[in-house]
Design a protein around this ligand. Sequence first.
Ligand code: PAF
Length: 286
Amino acid sequence: MEAVTRLDELRGKRAKLPDPVGFVPTMGALHAGHASLIELARAQCRSLVVSVFVNPLQFGPNEDFSAYPRNDDEDRRLLERLGVDLLYLPDASEMYPRQLDVFVEPTGLAQYFEGEKRPGHFRGVATVVLKLFNMVQPQRAYFGEKDAQQLAVIRRMVADLDIPIEIVACPTQRDAEGLALSSRNAYLTAQERRNAPRLYEALRLLASQLEAGIRDVAALVKTAEQLLPPLREDYLGVVRPDEFRPLWTAPPSAELLVVGAAYAGRTRLIDNVKVQTPSKQEVQKT
Ligand code: PAF
């Protein structure tokens, strides 16, 4: 594996890589969730580029940018083992050599949930991802389904701006208790770690009731949120995966996502569960 920190070096090495090039953008502190993206990319592409960059633009002023876990040596060893060809490790001055005057500003999809709770977050994500796409010029890019709204924003950016890159989504990886793997799990104390799977339990309860044909989302959220304490709810909701607008009545025969975010102590967890709602006829039969 070659590792470069400068854009001119990246461009030089990238030009020599055989296509198709797969790309996995990350913020480091890699875990089995990242490994699954990288393994899929390795299997599907002739060349594989990974970036590690903790992007200041996507963190709010009171968020965890300076505390974000950094594990450079372990990350490198894992990436070597996974057969990555080229690792791009820019620093902030390489990524943002001057104050930006032009940003990618997602609108409709970024209005609710993460977009509402973290103003400016998706502008930071979309801007850095487009910059990375232009730098690496991959044919395919890989993103985890855990950050489902991020995935929807990136898919939409690629469609709306005619970016010739295929976006590949990879399933959320969970630990034995169901907690979605995330770099931020490193912040959890032992007690918080025991409580953290409650978010997934609440989402699954909501999902199972939607699957049973119950359609009143507000009532379902009320029941599900009782499972959360001592986690502190940030939001629970139900959306169409390509729209991310809160639904108050679940439509029949629809593929939906139950989405949620909650705090375990000061650590913010997010997660989601896919649901297929039954048709009206199926509900009548039961
Ligand atoms: O999901 C992440 O790790 C980040 O949001 C990404 C896509 C690498 C952009 O900084």
